[in-house]
Write a protein of this length. Structure first.
Length: 241
């Protein structure tokens, strides 16, 4: 991919049969990509980048400050998060059924696995526990917030997502929540629940959408900011108009 210096910014310049320029800053390294029409003069592209230098620097700084996932070996002594709190993992090998037990008072997360289990197998046990915890909490949250927002989803589901905390199929009224939410504070999970429910009123992230968020959950900005500090996947990025 060609690297070009434009307006004191090093960018990946991609030429495509498109009508307009598109500028994207990617996490976590802050690299900049510009997609431009095939015959557009470089001078015009440079002018476009120059006008957005402040925006570029802002997002590069934000991505640099993101909380990055720590590589995990699923060994005793590691810190694993549950509902915003870090717990020390204690791995117990034996012949019993694989399971997880939370000792909240002691700040410990006990992981019971087969003798000789691999990190992948241990991760599967812990992930299944996380999923069960999130699914168990959903009914109460849904019952709490659907009457407040004034809409009702037909179905709720949990899945691992790399770039989104939640997503909504508006036509089917089906909402998916990211499994990673179980590791964040409960208020963040509530924020995503409300956010996706509001999409059943308004599809776009426009003034009406954010006005409804203000109405139903006035504290949504702080919960959104909390989630924005976390890097979900390497494909995350921000686009400039």
């Amino acid at each position: 991919m060609p690297l070009v210096q434009l307006a004191e910014v090093e960018v990946d310049l991609i030429r495509k049969p498109v009508r307009r320029l598109r500028l994207t800053v990617y996490a976590p390294d802050g690299r900049v990509r510009v997609t431009a029409p095939l015959r557009m003069p470089v001078a015009l592209i440079a002018e476009f980048v120059t006008a957005r230098q402040t925006w570029i620097r802002k997002h590069q700084a934000r991505f640099a400050a993101l909380e990055r996932p720590t590589p995990l070996a699923y060994a005793s002594g590691e810190t694993h998060f549950y509902q915003g709190r870090g717990y020390q993992l204690q791995v117990h090998e034996g012949a019993g059924r694989p399971r997880v037990a939370l000792r909240e008072a002691e700040g410990l997360l006990d992981l019971y696995v087969a003798t000789g289990s691999t990190p992948t197998q241990r991760a599967q046990v812990l992930t299944a526990w996380y999923r069960a915890q999130l699914k168990a909490q959903l009914p109460a949250l849904v019952a709490q917030w659907e009457p407040v927002v004034g809409v009702q989803a037909r179905a709720w589901a949990v899945k691992q997502m790399k770039t989104r905390w939640g997503t909504c199929n508006i036509q089917a009224k089906r909402i998916w929540l990211n499994l990673e939410l179980i590791k964040r504070p409960l208020a963040c999970l509530e924020y995503v629940v409300v956010h996706e429910l509001v999409h059943l009123h308004e599809r776009l992230h426009n003034a009406r959408f954010w006005g409804l968020m203000d109405q139903f959950m006035p504290t949504w900005r702080q919960h959104k900011a909390e989630l924005n500090r976390v890097l979900l996947g390497s494909a995350a990025g921000a686009d400039a108009d």
